[in-house]
Design a protein around this ligand. Sequence first.
Ligand code: COA
Length: 161
Amino acid sequence: MSKKALYTGSFDPMTNGHLDIITRASKMFDELVVGVIVNPNKYPLFTREERVDMIQEVTADLENVRVDSFEGLLADYVNENQFHAVVRGLRATSDFEYEIQMAQMNACLFHKGIESVFLMTSPKYSFISSSMMKEVVSLNGCIDGLVPEIILKRIQEKYSK
Ligand code: COA
């Protein structure tokens, strides 16, 4: 049976840390869906469509990766779309506290057999977040090597307006 996993987040915007997790997870599953979530608690710089387009562009060479977006309860999307696993990246012990709580709640909501799977973020990217990338660019700082080039351009365009 082919195994399908979801890697989800706001991706506002995607960073090289996310790309690292996507690339590694795509080798573990037959199909990996990158699910851009509309998080009502966040005020994104990029629209849902912009975030989806950027990820599609950056992951175009990964054949078993596709991009989707959704809103509402993660478990509903996962159950309805017959995923086998949800992949999350762990950057530091501070992520662990939040992730274990979320994984345990999701375990109550997921259909039987669906697992949360955690990958350790590469140490090269363990300190970065989307907000930090936006803040540094907005103040004319350099984030070379931390986000894909296409995305760096898009962030710069947003702040030059
Ligand atoms: N490399 C770089 N940065 C990373 C990273 C990595 N590998 N992994 C995470 N980050 C950063 C992200 O860029 C993000 O930065 P930001 O806060 O500056 O935007 C931050 O870490 C948090 O990322 P993440 O946890 O993936 O995104 P999120 O908080 O937007 O979304 C969801 C978390 C989507 C899993 C959660 O909100 C959710 O499930 N929502 C649906 C509603 C629901 O079902 N709720 C009940 C849950 S039990």
